[in-house]
Design a protein around this ligand. Sequence first.
Ligand SMILES: *Cc1c(COP(=O)(O)O)cnc(C)c1O
Length: 439
Amino acid sequence: MKFVSTRNQNFAVTFSEALKKGLAPDGGLFVPEKFPVLDIQSLEALALRENSFASFAAEVLRPFLAGDPLQEFLNDICTSALNFAIPLKKLESHAAILELFHGPTGAFKDVGARFLAACMERLSQANKEKQTVLVATSGDTGGAVAGAFFGKKDFEVFILFPQGKISARQEKQLTCWGGNVRAFAVQGTFDDCQKIVKTALRDEELKAQRQFTSANSISIGRLLPQMIYYAHSSLRYRQQSGRVAGFIVPTGNLGNALAALWAKHLGFPIAKVVLATNANHAIVDYFASGQWRPHSSMTTLANAMDVGDPSNMERLRHLYANLEEMKKEVAAFSVGDEQIKDSIRKGRQRWNETLCPHTATAAFTYEQLSQQNPSQDWILVATAHPAKFESVVEPLIQQTIPIPPELAELLSRPSQMVKIPADFAAFKQAIRGLYSRII
Ligand SMILES: *Cc1c(COP(=O)(O)O)cnc(C)c1O
């Protein structure tokens, strides 16, 4: 199996090479050159067995790693990375919620980050290379990536986050690590952070000093494992209800929703995939006008989705011949802050569920869709633990949210960070300072 650039079918590399490169040399993103044909029936039997999640994951991913040096480690990688619960809970007769937030940092990104780290650790052992992982985060990515790489001796992690634009508990999760993880507080937006990372990955001077790699949602090593929970839950939902559900996915950089679409293209029983965005409206505008006009990001209550220029849009567009084809499988909604608040209150009253502000965008979208068509089944994707956003959620539900033990432990550690202005030169300067101290 080869992965090709969204901009050039002829540029083809294996999974490991795509992992190491992050971006294709032409600036495009890696996508599978084709979707393998899977035996969905036998995968369904596997999915319905107890405690089969990791082996199900290995079976689905095996063709993507065909011919790759990581292939022989795939079972181990899945077992070590996907070692927490991903419950699918029924909400009402035509709706369920898929809780992706039971990993160590309480966000769905733990799945992709832990899989990526497990892959990269095995590659670095094989190649004896030290690597520097660069990650821009609008909140949760940095924590998940830091947690996944923390203490792995062949790696150093640089996290860039927009100062003051993330929740206090999110900031703690980025700055609490020490050791091989360093946090940079950028005086700018998430898009500024992402731009700095993209520039760094192509900077010849930095590349000469270090083997840089990216762990952002552009990394193919995060996208592939995210397909697993869509594949698995789609089969389980159909088995339990006899019907095929669509997914409503809280969307920012489009990595999570894209994985749902890739799972659909693999043949898993998935109806539409609906992108629930916050007030950042580039995707919704695109569906309405056919014009792709990214904008600078706006701050909302669902801050991990504050993205004006979603990096995986290029992959989404690559998946379809044109917008009409895309609309057959995908729809997009924009949800404002007041609607997010309403949905958090209602989620509690109606389902006795505590929703994080991101998940609330999916709940609001579900309400709209179920009014239009009450017989369509939906799985709402819950992307973060609500305890990370207690300052938003607790006043709305008028209750204290219990903090899961792993999260509580992280929050008790001291913080450390380097503050920089929002430009690449400042970042480069700051790293140079670090190097001189390290050397
Ligand atoms: C990152 C994140 C999202 C958005 O996911 P994308 O893959 O960037 O679309 C949604 N909710 C939470 C809690 C997140 O951390």
